[in-house]
Design a protein around this ligand. Structure first.
Ligand SMILES: [Zn+2]
Length: 496
């Protein structure tokens, strides 16, 4: 017996002579699937509109999946099973049934959201969370209700999938002008704060956040205030286990530069560039902490002139770096306990994007640094030209490993609020080898791949390139730290 329970809502538009056979078909189908189920026929009690009917039905529905079907059932009943599968597998939290010949109105899409329901079908499915939050928040009574649902699903960060069905139907819930009128009314309600605010941006705490894109199993959210992009759901595996630094004897010389370990020349040269940027701010034998050691190439270079300590949350990376003689701990930033003197510098190369709570991470980094200590971090810039013209198309790539992508202005604000003073911001150039370049160009722009291959023949390998990243150097301010959490708690917010 499956633990899935399905609540079916059948909203009646008027007297429906076909209804008994519809109910019988659905019942027979669901019995065969083994789901626990309940079917509710919704009538127009007290002259309530379509939206009011669904709201009432959803409030009473107790299933883990709530499905609205057309009373005439103009599609195969197996569409219900497909919708349940989409929701139960976690692929979507909201499913809109869609006629195979349905064409979305561009006007409505630009007025509201990119994924709209099909006006000729009522078939919709919701996870119990989505049903509770979304449907309770809707205001419209009539046919604009479906558009409102799509709008709110975007606002609250639910993942929407469309389920294409073969249907014999000519009925339309809303025509073009009705749709536009509803869209305007939805927008006006939102302007008046008529809907509950969505969860805030993790960077600037703004409520002005939207679904920017959908990637497999997750959504990418976008903050209109600070221009950050972040994953809708973080899966953070933090076991809160403290990892203590083990102090070594003074100047314990480590054997580095093991020639048997083959490393990418490009990465080594990039590490050298990063090191020379850091060298400007430090004296010799300064204490440097690297967060996220990756392949350890920066550690190798840094350990020759500085007292280097690295942490990496991935055990294999930490082990590999340790095997080269580097002092590296397998730890996250919150779990790392520095038992030695505070660091002169902390460096993060494309690691800050993987931290779920940037405020907490910066506060802890500040504690690890001595006053006047240097923080050097490199990250993508969502306000940069390279990002705007290329990377936003490759969202899945970016969010395979990252949780939050920052804009330059958000990072400045974030650092200044966290007790740092910005020293410099500049483009971060990195070395890329020809093999990598040929591959990425062939993947993204196959049309110009032959030209790029020819060009590369005369260019040095590896090649120094600008990849849309910025490098920020900041200094820990002396004085009392700014308690950003206190600001967060007194900040006036919309009632939730
Ligand atoms: Zn923001």
């Amino acid at each position: 017996m499956s633990s899935t329970s399905v609540s079916i809502l059948v909203p009646l538009a008027g007297p429906a002579p076909e209804l008994p056979s519809t109910l019988e078909t659905i019942e027979r189908y669901l019995q065969a699937t083994g789901f626990a189920f309940d079917i509710r026929v919704l009538d127009r009690r007290d002259g309530a509109g379509y939206g009011a009917m669904i709201r009432r039905g959803a409030a009473d529905a107790g299933g883990s999946v709530v499905i609205v079907v057309d009373p005439e059932l103009p599609y195969p009943v197996s569409a219900i099973g497909d919708a349940v599968a989409l929701i139960e597998s976690g692929a979507a939290e909201v499913v809109f049934g869609r006629h195979e010949r349905c064409r979305d109105s561009i006007v409505l899409r630009s007025l509201l959201v990119p994924i709209l329901p099909d006006p000729s079908l009522q078939l919709k499915a919701f996870s119990s969370d989505a049903a509770r939050l979304l449907l309770a928040e809707t205001k419209l009574r009539g046919s604009g209700f479906d558009l409102e649902t799509a709008y709110l699903a975007n606002k609250y960060g639910f993942r929407i999938e469309r389920l294409t069905v073969r249907a014999a139907t000519t009925r339309t819930a809303f025509g073009f002008w009705r749709g536009v009128a509803s869209a305007i009314s939805i927008r006006m309600t939102d302007r008046r704060n008529g809907y509950r605010a969505p969860r805030r941006c993790p960077v600037c705490f703004s409520h002005e956040v939207w679904n920017f894109d959908q990637i497999p199993g997750n959504v990418v959210r976008s903050c209109s205030r600070c221009k950050c992009r972040y994953l809708g759901r973080f899966e953070v595996d933090d076991d809160n286990r403290p990892v203590r630094r083990v102090l070594r004897g003074q100047h314990a010389q480590v054997e580095i530069g093991d020639e048997t370990l083959h490393r990418g020349v490009a990465r080594e040269k990039t590490s050298q560039r990063r090191l020379s940027a850091l060298r400007r701010h430090l004296t010799s034998r300064a204490r440097v902490l690297e967060i996220g050691v990756r392949d350890g190439s920066f550690g190798d270079a840094a350990a020759r002139e500085f007292e280097y300590v690295g942490i990496d949350r991935a055990a294999p990376a930490a082990r590999a770096a340790r095997s080269r003689g580097l002092e590296v701990y397998c730890s996250t930033v919150p779990n790392f306990v520095n038992t030695g003197p505070a660091f002169d510098a902390i460096v993060l190369f494309h690691v800050f994007e993987n931290m779920a709570d940037p405020h907490d991470a910066l506060a802890r980094m500040k504690d690890l640094l001595k006053p006047g200590g240097v923080l050097l971090l490199s990250t993508f810039d969502t306000e940069g030209l390279v990002y705007l013209i290329t990377e936003r198309r490759w969202m899945t790539q970016n969010f395979r490993t990252h949780l939050i992508l920052y804009s330059r202005s958000a990072l400045i604000e974030l650092l200044e609020h966290s007790g740092f003073e910005i020293i410099s911001i500049g483009a971060e150039l990195a070395y890329r080898d020809h093999r990598f370049l040929r591959h990425s160009v062939a993947m993204r722009w196959p049309a110009i791949a032959p030209l790029v291959r020819m060009l590369l023949k005369v260019l040095p390998d590896p090649l120094l390139l600008f990849s849309g990243s910025i490098r920020i150097v900041a200094k820990r301010r002396a004085g009392a730290p700014v308690n950003f959490r206190a600001i967060r708690s007194v900040e006036p917010t919309h009632a939730r």
